[in-house]
Design a protein around this ligand. Structure first.
Ligand SMILES: O=C(O)CCC(=O)C(=O)O
Ligand SMILES: [Fe+2]
Length: 352
């Protein structure tokens, strides 16, 4: 649905104003834009990006996602991501807990590996539902390539500001190496009566996330002194929302901030609509050991001098850590696929 035919984002809600980075200028080496990006990434860890070409593929990615989610539940589950720490493939709604009382999420995903998209029709990790394959070359791959280009530019700015040797961060994220980077299309149904949280509070596991959405619902946890408050991030037509994830925060010794966020039902009259969002998660190469790059940067070394390593460094590689995190908060960790396929309100077609 075109953004213009959707109800507007309400004007009376707590909103976190994010800085806007002009990607075209940033890519051309504009120092002011690099400073804006640095300020955003070292304070809130979230910012808007404008004048980028990721947008060229957003609508077609949503179309692909809609075709996938319209498939019968059994068909989607043939491509299930599983519950053993993998991510690629289909993830059904309700797969994770959103609070300690046992509420569950209401979001379903299709996750497509960067490696599989770049090598298609060769398969590195996973095969995908038919609509992913039929749009792989014209839509999914170019979308991922645009995200790779954008994140490489952002990464180079962080590299310079962190005073790391040239190319350090890009070497740890080389696109031709295997990793868990992926594109994700998310569907949240029109708000169900008692849904408080559509996707639970989390930080992103990876380095940089690039997000496109049209309806509100994304919230960031903003701390001021001893209190913290959930604030909405307002979708802006043509802009994507970017954020720092945990791995880049760890590698930078905490200089770059990975902010807690969640998705609640769209606010105001937007609640009646299906919510679609699209994310590209840029993650380090699988065997990158997750630790602050203190030996390569005085900026990082100075920052970590007084921090407890155990608080920030998981002591394992990016792939091991991702698998561990991915298994957390699952509602289905003891279940096999037959159990999940048993009749229930999971099929989006049956729900609506
Ligand atoms: O749908 C959104 O707006 C955000 C999704 C998100 O945070 C995630 O998938 O990690
Ligand atoms: Fe997220």
């Amino acid at each position: 649905m075109a953004a213009t035919s959707l109800p507007p984002f309400p004007t009376d809600l707590p909103v976190q104003d994010l800085l806007v980075v002009d990607f075209r200028l940033l890519k051309a080496g504009d120092k002011e834009q690099a400073d804006i990006l640095w300020r955003a990434a070292t304070t809130w860890g979230f910012w808007y990006l404008k004048n980028h070409n990721v947008n060229d593929f957003v609508e077609s990615m949503f179309e692909m996602g809609k075709e996938v989610m319209a498939l019968p539940f059994k068909e989607k589950m043939k491509y299930w991501q599983g519950n053993k720490g993998g991510s690629f493939g289909y993830r059904h709604a309700g797969a994770t807990y959103t609070d300690v009382d046992g509420s569950t999420d209401v979001a379903e995903f299709i996750n497509i590996s960067k490696d599989d998209a770049l090598t298609y029709p060769d398969v590195i990790h996973k095969v995908y539902p038919a609509p992913v394959n039929s749009h792989m070359k014209e839509v999914v791959r170019p979308f991922i390539q645009a995200c790779l280009k954008s994140s490489a530019v952002l990464m180079d700015v962080f590299n310079e500001k962190l005073q790391l040797p040239i190319g350090t961060l890009s070497e740890l994220h080389r696109p031709e190496k295997e990793c868990i980077s992926e594109a994700r299309c998310i569907r949240v149904p029109p708000a169900l009566k008692d849904t408080k949280v559509a996707l639970g509070a989390h930080t992103d596991f990876g380095s940089i996330s690039i997000l496109a959405n049209k309806l509100g619902g994304l919230q960031v946890l903003v701390s001021a002194g001893n209190t913290s408050e959930w604030k909405y991030v307002k979708p802006i037509d043509g802009f994507v929302i970017c954020n720092i994830g945990d791995t880049l925060s760890i590698l930078s010794g905490g200089v770059l901030k990975s902010c807690v966020h969640r998705v609640v039902p769209p606010p105001g009259l937007q609640f009646m609509h299906e919510r679609w969002s699209l994310v590209y998660f840029s993650r380090p190469i699988n065997d990158v050991y997750l630790e602050a790059l203190s030996e390569k940067s005085l900026v990082i070394a100075e920052t970590v001098k007084n921090t407890d390593k155990r608080m920030h460094e998981p002591g394992m590689t990016a792939a091991q850590w991702f698998t561990k995190r991915q298994k957390q908060y699952r509602t289905d960790s003891e279940k096999d696929i037959e159990n999940i396929l048993a009749p229930g309100p999971k099929d989006t077609q049956e729900q609506n």
